[in-house]
Design a protein around this ligand. Structure first.
Ligand SMILES: [Zn+2]
Length: 367
């Protein structure tokens, strides 16, 4: 099988286990018809394609695996993706005219009416009517910034959005230039976020691209479509204030899918989502900790004689430090649920390790 495509986007996905190293390189390929497919190059093959795979280059790729796609926030709606293998061949082919970006713009009203599947990342184009300054949301010395904005499309529908990190920097850089009028902004591969009844846009962690008033045909065509004599054109960008907009919820929800508790039972697939709820009680019938294996953190069984057995490691374990496992009941405006909090989460919340807490209870209450 041979495919001719242009990788309009090269993104790096951190390793699943260690976020400081790059695990895979993800490409979005676009063909002459504008259809897109995702391609993955695993870490051990990076060097083989280092100079051949770059953004905006046209390549002929042959001998690869085809795999079914899945998961949340997919960059293309293609059911399959390409996986590079050792024998995959990449040839230069720079004399073919292919669309450079392969945009597929989604109308705002379709998103606002929730007619768009939010599993997929989308492309949008609109006039920026409002923008905030760079808002500092740094916590515990980890720098983080966001910029909020509003876009209006040709049908005058408005959608709001938030971008974080390097994307916030990019927006701020543009604003600093002090250019008059409202810029045309393209956001490629952005997430549609639904929280309560609100629909908004948010950058994806790695894939999003932002084009602000760039001299590309899509932006120029859009400018021409805006009817002449429209007074709002001459107006500037409204300043969005950060005052009432920054909340813990905002911060917490930025990277995950916001769900309310009554929506969670509908999710029968395994997924990552975030919810804002209040802990209203603890399950008291079960112990708040378990004895763990030092090498795998799994629960160990007491064998007697001061020894434990770890099924996972298939070996005897001498010391078995306690780790938290606490079941909590939580509630939000719409429902209730039980969540299990493990060692790291409980420690984050109460700032004492399970070992220290157990010792303290022994000393103070002889518990
Ligand atoms: Zn173990």
């Amino acid at each position: 099988m041979e495919i001719e495509g242009e990788d309009c986007e090269v993104l790096e996905q951190p390793d699943f286990k260690d976020h400081t190293v790059i695990g895979t390189r993800e490409l979005i390929l676009v063909d002459e018809k504008g259809s897109k497919i995702q391609a993955t190059i695993n870490k051990h093959l990076f060097d083989n394609y280092k100079n051949l795979v770059k953004e905006g280059a046209t390549r002929i790729i042959s001998n690869f695996l085809v795999k079914k796609t899945g998961g949340q926030h997919r960059a293309t709606s293609h059911d399959y993706k390409i996986v590079f293998i050792y024998k995959t061949n990449v040839k230069e082919c720079d004399n073919v005219q292919l669309p450079l970006y392969g945009f597929d713009f989604v109308p705002f009203d379709k998103m606002l009416k929730k007619e768009v599947n939010d599993v997929f990342l989308v492309d949008v184009i609109g006039e920026c009517t409002a923008m905030s300054d760079k808002i500092d949301t740094s916590t515990n010395g980890t720098p983080n910034y966001k910029v909020m904005f509003e876009l209006e499309d040709l049908k005058k529908y408005t959608i709001s959005g938030t971008v974080w990190g390097k994307y916030a920097e990019q927006m701020t850089e543009y604003k600093k230039k002090g250019i008059q009028g409202r810029p045309i902004i393209i956001l490629q591969f952005v997430k549609i976020k639904r929280w309560r009844d609100q629909v908004s846009l948010c950058n994806s962690l790695f894939a999003t691209k932002i084009f602000i008033n760039e001299d590309i045909s899509e932006v120029n065509d859009y400018k021409e479509s805006i009817t002449d004599g429209d007074d709002s054109r001459s107006m500037g960008i409204t300043h969005l204030s950060s005052q009432n907009s920054h909340s813990i919820e905002d911060e917490f929800m930025k990277l995950a899918d916001g769900k309310q508790l009554d929506e969670i039972p509908d999710t029968n697939k395994e997924c990552f989502c975030a919810t804002v709820a209040t802990i209203v009680g603890f399950e008291k019938d079960t112990n708040w900790y378990y004895n763990s294996c030092k090498s795998c953190n799994k629960k160990v069984d007491y064998e007697g004689g001061g020894r434990y057995w770890c099924i996972k490691c298939d070996s005897h374990v001498k010391s078995a430090p306690p780790r938290y496992k606490v079941t909590v009941s939580v509630e939000d405006d719409n429902g209730s649920a039980s969540f299990v909090m493990f060692d790291r989460e409980v420690f984050q919340a109460i700032q004492i390790s399970a070992m220290d807490l157990k010792d303290k209870l022994l000393r103070v209450y002889n518990y």
